[in-house]
Ligand binder design. Structure first.
Ligand code: FAQ
Length: 348
């Protein structure tokens, strides 16, 4: 790699030197010795030059911990996020809608798998992460603690929740950590399909009978504000943003992305013939953005503390699914062991 070669020519360690190699030199993050300082400098240079940090590269402990925290929270959100929509698979109004919804929910499981794999490249196993989710030591997105009361909620989740997820995740395709960035490319393509199916579903309801239109409007009324909360607390209360942006894990602040999402949604709501439930929403010529009303941050923090409408139900269901799936994991492990034994014999 040209940049690594440049580091070597200059007599400094490349960020792409492997952790093993560094471990024998001075030990990563072992203290403020000159070896660690040089690796830190090389890491900083690589990040500044928009190079990707890869699993075996040296990285600061805090960078690794931040990535594990964010990727784990993201992975947990994908698998917990299957629950609100899966609730409607058996009641989808047609075979077409049922097939689409099953495929979407299955995609979310797949996103969880890519993300747990990305976290594993940082040295944290899936069992440990799931254990932290089940014991409440790691979070998942606030949005999945709200109930899906009608069929229109499936459309509102697709349009607003997947829409917010894409707005947040497209910049993550440029995250400085390679495996996370690459996972996000595929996830964003699938989320984009999800968003369109939600929009199409809501459009059908909005143009349907009065009762169907009212059902679509009610769903948008309930999902709008929680969707804005998905972007995280306001910038002045966001504990991780500044450091994560410096490391180029996050590319934009929570408020910037929230504003982008509002600006995208306003014309889409007009095309849908649905109103966004915010009397303060209006175009601000001077800012070149829409102004919008105050978000209820008390509600957000309460949901994070476990006091949302569905927190208990979601985590209970997740733990039950995990326990009931134990035999599948055991069978898969036995199959893998048998398979590797067979291929081992063949090789011998
Ligand atoms: N919910 O300092 P910040 C999806 C926590 S995927 C819960 O601003 P950060 C797909 C945060 O962890 C949706 N907790 O944090 C789908 C921190 O607590 P900690 C998930 C939240 O990390 C669609 C504290 O507040 N997407 O929807 C939330 O810099 C349909 C302070 O916050 C991702 O995870 C929240 N909304 O920024 C699936 C994307 N917001 O850890 C099924 C990746 C903040 O110190 C159906 N993640 N917190 O205890 C990110 O981009 C970032 O982690 C943010 C938060 C922007 C979410």
């Amino acid at each position: 790699m040209a940049t690594a070669a440049a580091h070597q020519a200059a007599g400094t360690p490349a960020a792409h030197a492997t952790s093993d190699a560094i471990g024998t030199a001075s030990g990563p993050d072992s203290g403020p010795d000159s070896g660690t300082a040089a690796y830190q400098a090389a890491f900083d240079t690589a990040v500044a030059a928009e190079e990707r940090i890869e699993p075996r590269d040296w990285m600061p402990d805090a960078y690794r911990a931040t990535l594990v925290r964010q990727i784990a929270q993201h992975a947990h959100s994908e698998i917990i996020g299957m629950q609100p929509e899966a609730n409607w698979i058996t009641r989808a109004p047609s075979l077409r809608r049922k097939a689409i919804l099953m495929a979407k929910v299955q995609d979310e499981a797949g996103h969880g798998l890519y993300l747990y794999s990305a976290a594993e490249t940082l040295g944290t196993g899936r069992d440990e992460l799931l254990d932290k989710l089940h014991s409440g030591r790691q979070k998942y997105s606030s949005i999945f603690n709200y109930p899906t009361l009608t069929w229109a909620d499936v459309g509102a989740i697709g349009w607003l929740v997947d829409g917010a997820a894409i707005t947040n995740q497209v910049p993550l395709c440029r995250c400085s950590y390679g495996p996370y960035a690459r996972a996000m490319v595929r996830i964003c393509k699938e989320e984009s399909f999800h968003q369109r199916q939600g929009y199409e579903l809501l459009l059908a309801l909005s143009r349907g009978t009065d009762a169907q239109h009212a059902m679509a409007q009610d769903a948008v009324d309930r999902w709008w504000w929680p969707s804005l909360m998905m972007f995280g607390p306001p910038d002045d209360e966001s504990s991780h943003s500044a450091q994560s942006m410096e490391w180029k894990i996050k590319r934009h602040s929570n408020d910037e992305l929230r504003q982008r999402f509002v600006d995208i949604c306003v014309p889409q709501a007009e095309s849908l013939g649905l109103a966004l439930p915010d009397p303060d929403l209006r175009w601000n010529e001077e800012r070149g953005h829409h102004d919008f009303g105050a978000i209820d941050w008390t509600e957000f923090w309460e949901v994070l503390k476990g006091n949302g409408p569905c927190n208990e139900q979601r985590i209970t269901q997740r733990r039950r699914a995990h326990d009931e799936g134990a035999w599948v994991r055991e069978a898969a492990a036995a199959h893998a062991a048998k398979h590797s034994g067979a291929s081992g014999k063949a090789t011998a």
